[in-house]
Structure formats: C-alpha cells, structure tokens
Ligand binder design. Structure first.
Ligand code: XUL
Ligand code: CO
Length: 477
C-alpha cells in the first residue's frame, strides 16, 4: 500500500544529495535521519488531544505499528532521507514488562529488515527508552534501586543486539531521567557513580558482541528531571575522563538541548569537536521565547551555517549524522506538512553547508583567529603553550612588555562578514546557492554590487574595490 500517494519526491531548493560542497557530497556531510518517535507523534500536548491526520490511521487501530513503520520507510525513501533512528519502545506495542519488550523486538526486527532492504534506508542509531516506564520515576541507570538499574541495563543490552543486527552505525544513550528533582532525597555522588558504572558496562557489552558502531551520550540539562547529570558537553567530558571512558563514547549533540543549557548550538559543537567528542547531531531548534524542549524543525540559517562550519572543520561526523529529532507543530496536522517540514529542515542544513563551505574556502574566520593567537607560536608564547614556562620568566617578560595594548576583537566586523556570506546572491552563471570564492569575489565584488546601497555610496554594477578587503589585511592594518 502507498501511504503518501501525493508525495512523489522531495522538492528541495538547496539539498542535492550528489552535489559536492567542501570536497564531499552533501549526502555524505549530512547523513539525514528520520526519528521514528516524532514521525509517529499524534500531536498531543499537555492540554489537548492529538490533531494529526495520518495515512496509517489512528493509534488505537490494530496493526497501526506495522502501517506506521511501512509509511515511515516510504516517506524516508521519497524524501531522500538515507537513515532512520528509533527507540525500542517506538516499534513495539506498549508494555511494562522487559521480557515482553525483548520478545516484541524479536518479532518486529524482520519487518524493519525487510523495509530497510526495500527502501535502502539504513539505521543511523538505535537507543533504549529509559524514561517512559513508571519504574524509571527516580532514574533508570541512576535509580536508588539496583532492580531498576538492572532493568535499564537489560533494555540497553537488547537494543544493542538489535542495533547490531540491523547494521546500525551508532548507539545513543539519552540520560533524561539520570538526575534529580531535589537533593533532599538524593545522593548525587552515588548517582553519578552509578551512571559511570552503567556506561562502562555498556561499552564492555558493545565490544563483547562486536558492535563496531559509535557509542553516544546525548546531553540535556533538564526535562524531565529538574537537573540532569550530563547537562552539556563539558559535563559529559568530565564524566568520561573520570571513569576512563574517553575514546569509548562521543556526544550526540542536540540543538535545542544546547540552548536549554544556556549554550549555543555552535558552542556545544565547537567544544565537542575541540576534544574529539563530536559524534552525531540531533538537529532541531527551540524558541527563544519558550523555556522548554520544542523539537521544532530547523529553519534558522544562521545556526545551521555555524553548525555546518563545525562539521566541516571536524572533517564530517560519520558514522554520526543529522538526525531530525524534530516534530511538526500541532497545528501542522496534514500529511503534506511532514514533507514541508523535512524539506525545510534539509534545505536549511544544506544551505548551511554551502555557506559554511564558502566561509571555509575563504578562510574568513580562521585567518582572523590565527592572527589573533599568533603570539603563541614563537618565543615565550610557544613556551607558554607547551607548558614550559615559569612564573619568574613570565614576570621578566611582563615587565619588558609593559604598556602592551590588545587589538580590537572586531566582533561586529566579523558578524557583518558572516551576514554577507549568508545573504549574498550568487552571481549569474554560478549554480544556485553556490557562493564564489574570495578570489572571484575580489575580482567582481558581486556581493555589494547586486544592489545599490546609496547611504554608503555604493552603486550597482560598479566594482567597489574598497569593499573587497581580506580579513587578514584588515587584521594587520
Ligand atoms: C529528548 C531527546 C530524545 C533522544 C533519544 O529530549 O532528545 O528523543 O534523542 O532518546
Ligand atoms: Co534527541
């Protein structure tokens, strides 16, 4: 049965899987993934019932799960989404018994396999839902009760088996209940130790069964618990180091989780990349007026450009990918809204890669940053960097360089440059969405000259050489 007869294929403005940007095909940079749990979402919220009109019928109908799964694969194939991701509980009938979870998963795996074969859609990651069951009310892997810890471990064990069987490329742990609501009843140190012990057992089992995929932990600061132990990349990094788990786990960074932690998405990606922890991305966006996790489809080009910049700088995120941990708004209830949402999200990321590739090619920020820190590449700066300097030497140096004046950080200038890359129209003849290299730009000064800007005296069609500066020259002025 065809569930989406009106949708033939994705209509993209920027996403072209085969197009090469920054030396890689777009599909290899992005590795887009459909999150089954959101795809099956019914559009309920805390105040109202479901709104979604779905081709597979209502959730109470028999066989809904099978239809949902078939529909998801049909949709992913049509929209050129190469991967999917799921929790154990997304694909089985509701149950509170862990033994039933195991059996139900065994029953559904053949269906998933055959849909994967038919569609060519692959498994990006599997995960265990360690937050829905009432047993997890005080935590799963950090519960005060070993019985609950063991139950959580059993779910992860089974999902690791399933993920391996389905050729999944990563395995995610989202520790949403691993935290506390009040310290009046919580042993925080014990909780963190329990989580360390849980991760160690997971890593051991993954290697025992020959799971070659990347293990990931997904930070989030709050919700459902008031305080979650793995709140951000920095806390994950500390935990991994403390429990000797560096190299075994990386971070699955979610955009809306970063902003809930009062960090930008770029901050979390940059930090993770800097310490070899950038594993995969849950791509979505929040809303600056709303203080909880919204999982909106991403449409913010500014954020997607800066994210793509980090991914390019990282050389890609394979075996991770861009998983749409995103849901359509409750008011976007028609099936076609799913297509609009994915198209918008995929185009936003794809355009981010185009702009970021142009920024990287022109070394717009690198040259500025390198110049800014160049004092550390020779002389006493080099000794400082290598940790070979004494306070006495530093004192001599400070006295000799007294009166030193730092240069301007040029923040507004750099932000304006970023805007220029984001808003520039490609010159005639270039393929859509591709920005010219700096050399071409210097030759034609296209970005300024597509339009007249009378208040700063720029005329359309005229080269304005003054405006075509290079960041390095500017920095050295
Ligand atoms: C919750 C969240 C989860 C994880 C997987 O905020 O992001 O969907 O990605 O459990
Ligand atoms: Co997520």
């Amino acid at each position: 049965m065809e569930y989406f007869p009106d949708i033939k294929k994705g209509k993209f403005r920027y996403y072209d899987p085969e197009k090469v940007v920054a030396g890689k095909k777009m599909k290899d940079w992005t590795r887009f993934s459909l999150a089954l749990w959101h795809f099956f979402g019914e559009g309920t919220d805390m105040f109202g019932s479901g709104t979604m009109i779905r081709p597979w019928g209502s959730a109470t109908e028999q066989n809904t799960l099978k239809k949902e799964i078939e529909a998801a694969f049909e949709f992913a194939k049509k929209l050129s989404i190469d991967y999917y991701a799921f929790h154990d509980l997304d694909v089985i009938p509701p149950t509170e018994k862990v033994s039933v979870i195991e059996k139900s998963l065994d029953q559904v795996v053949p269906l998933l396999k055959s849909e994967m074969e038919k569609s060519g859609v692959k498994l990006l990651w599997g995960t265990a839902n360690l937050f829905r069951d009432p047993t997890y009310v005080h935590g799963a892997a950090t519960s005060p009760y070993p019985e609950v810890f063991a139950r959580a471990a059993t779910q992860v064990k089974k999902m690791l088996d399933v993920t391996l069987e389905l050729g999944g490329e990563d395995f995610v742990i989202w520790p949403g209940r691993e935290g506390y609501d009040t310290l009046l009843n919580t042993d925080m140190k014990k909780g963190i130790e329990l989580f360390g012990s849980f991760l160690s057992a997971v890593a051991d089992y993954a290697s025992e069964i020959g799971f070659k995929g990347q293990l990931l932990v997904e930070p989030k600061p709050m919700e459902p618990m008031k305080f979650i132990y793995v709140a951000d990349v920095m806390s994950l990094w500390a935990l991994l180091q403390h429990y000797g788990l560096t190299g075994k786990f990386k971070a699955n960074i979610e955009a809306n989780h970063a902003t809930l932690a009062n960090r930008s998405f770029q901050h979390e990606l940059h930090l993770a990349r800097s310490f070899g922890l950038l594993g995969s991305i849950d791509i979505n966006q929040g809303d600056y007026l709303v203080g909880w996790d919204l999982d909106r489809f991403p449409t913010d080009l500014y954020d997607s450009t800066l994210a793509a910049y980090e991914v390019i700088e990282n050389g890609g995120i394979a075996p991770g990918g861009f998983n749409f941990d995103a849901k359509v708004r409750r008011g976007s209830f028609e099936p076609v809204d799913l297509a609009y949402a994915y198209q918008a999200g995929m185009d936003t990321v794809a355009r981010g890669f185009e702009v970021a590739a142009a920024l990287k090619k022109d070394r717009v920020f690198e040259e500025f940053v390198e110049e800014r820190y160049s004092g550390y590449s020779s002389g006493i700066g080099k000794k400082i960097s290598e940790g070979k300097v004494t306070l006495k030497e530093l004192r001599d140096y400070a006295l000799n360089t007294e009166g030193f004046k730092p240069k301007s950080g040029r923040q507004e200038y750099l932000e304006d440059l970023l805007n220029a890359y984001l808003t520039s129209t490609p010159p005639r003849g270039a393929s859509p969405g591709v920005l010219p290299s700096r050399r071409d730009r210097e030759a034609t000064c296209f970005c300024v000259l597509e339009m007249e800007i009378p208040w700063i005296g720029l005329k359309a069609g005229k080269p304005q050489v003054d405006f075509c500066f290079s960041p390095r020259e500017e920095a050295r002025e």
